[in-house]
Design a protein around this ligand. Sequence first.
Ligand code: 0X9
Ligand code: ZN
Length: 412
Amino acid sequence: MKCLAAFVLLVLAAVVSAEQVSYRNYKVYATQTTSREQQSQLKRWEDLEGVDFWDRAGKRVMVHPRLQQKFELFLKAHNISNQLIIQDVDATIEAERKYDREYRQSRIGSGRHTISFDHFWTLDEIYAYLDELAVDYPSLVTVEIVGQTHEGRDIKAITISTSNGQVSGTKPVIFIDGGIHAREWAAIMSVVYLIHELAEHSDQYADMLINEWVIVPAANPDGYEFSRTSNRMWRKNRFPPTILCTGVDLNRNWNYQWASSSNACSDTFPGSAAHSERETQALVGLMNRYSANLKLYLAVHTYGNLILYPFGYAWPSVPVSNAADHIAMGAKAAAAVSAVGGPSYTVGNSADVLYTASGASDDYAAGAAGFTYSFTLELTGGGNQGFDLPASQIAAVAGQTFEIFRSMANDI
Ligand code: 0X9
Ligand code: ZN
């Protein structure tokens, strides 16, 4: 009997893990709050299962079909104006999957398809590309495994430096991570594009290569793969803090103003302790190694067209001591995006522009790791589709983001 039960459980687990989580009839509402009161009322929905604040500023909220009526009544009762922007989230996700399937199918047998920015790469494809660069450009690129995830995947870092791909200790280090949040695929692709440009067209970027670049393009490998194969809207890593809920928000896990939480099911669960997670430990280890030269930290996220500077753990906000320099640098970078016809980015303190969040990587970089400059970039999203940036727009967003990287690198 016990054997049978175990078998049934195993089969169930296999079925559940193989199947994509369905977002059929989940709706997304764009909301506009005009007072702090409305804002805090809306925030009360945040930790409820079936409600997902897509851009975290609370503007776009995805709601489970079972809660929609109640949610709409709530919006009405509190006079929160809103628009229904997605009728069925699953349709958007399915369109994305279909594109990917057809893209890959059409290229079977026609050699490599990796080095193009018209589709989202798998983790294996990203890693294979990094390894290839290390072989092709040994005097510029090194790749190393800086940690392993809970599910046993490698966390890989690439160093791009004219000192034989090493951090020499004599030049400023720019440290970049992408994909701390699993579903923010366009962030990962934008960082991969930066790597591609710097490594394969280094002759064009002598200005940028005055610095040394340490880059972790996929900082949450388990989460990224999970969002590709099982749940497109997954945000956290895949460590299970309890038997009921899986995942730690890697952007709440850092040891600067870290704040505990007892709700392991929340999408922003910060972990059992600061730096509890292997992915955070890997990044911190890497930062510590180069602590004497850390100049600029960039956490690349989506979405919102924002360039955010520290600190974001409290409101009223506590500005980093060189806030004016951050603002000037951010404004130049925003202008560089506009100059290539990109969208208008807002520059500001993260708690002022967005919301407060404790234990985030940008705060740690400025407050503890010793970086001179630290930003979180919220790149362009897919319009009403939020995280699902259409693959056809990856190249444009990555190109615009490159202008941010270039402008900041030239500024430090
Ligand atoms: O909430 C986050 O972690 C970031 N936004 S996201 O939509 N990508 O999840 C913003 C973090 C900003 N930094 C701080 N508040 N310190
Ligand atoms: Zn994010």
